[in-house]
Unconditional design. Structure first.
Length: 171
């Protein structure tokens, strides 16, 4: 079964904010997004969601409309940016960003999670996923880690918009 990935809808956060694991609420419009998705998503029998409320709220709204169960999966949570959480990206010290860029997969200048740790969690979620038609409601970081498991030419810069889904070529 292909994997159907959905990024949560727009959070109630200012542009340019590093918010990874911060449990933000959603911007207004959840019902409209859920209605659109309930009509356009392919057939699913269940939804797996990140434990953060911006994913859970959307997953629950779709599940109600589709009459399918929701399963919380901690492996689908966004990357932990540690000390950078709730900081504007432009306000993060340049030296810390350079340290991260110099060893993108393993550096943790923020004290949170490394990209390699995020990738390993995502691989765990893939290895343990149910083979039923499942929708994953998650985050951009998890999406990029999934893209790294495909033939995507630049997975760590792959983009998926808020409230957008994609059927991924992952067996």
């Amino acid at each position: 079964m292909p994997l159907i990935f959905l990024r949560h809808s727009q959070p109630a956060a200012p542009d340019g904010l590093c918010y990874g694991r911060t449990d933000l609420d959603l911007a207004p419009g959840l019902n409209a997004v859920a209605n659109r998705l309930a009509e356009t998503l392919p057939h699913i029998t269940q939804i797996a969601t990140s434990p953060l409320s911006r994913c859970q709220k959307l997953a629950t709204a779709i599940a109600t409309r589709r009459s399918v169960p929701v399963i919380e999966d901690p492996n689908l949570i966004e990357m932990d940016f540690g000390d950078w959480e709730n900081t504007r990206w432009n306000d993060i010290p340049r030296a810390e960003l350079d340290t991260w860029a110099d060893d993108f997969f393993h550096a943790r200048p923020h004290g949170g999670e490394s990209v390699a740790m995020l990738q390993n969690r995502t691989r765990n979620a893939l290895a343990n996923r149910d083979r039923e038609p499942t929708l994953w409601v998650s985050h951009a970081g998890v999406y990029r880690a999934l893209m790294a498991e495909t033939d995507h030419v630049d997975p760590w810069n792959a983009r998926i918009e808020f409230g957008q889904f994609e059927t991924l070529p992952i067996p």
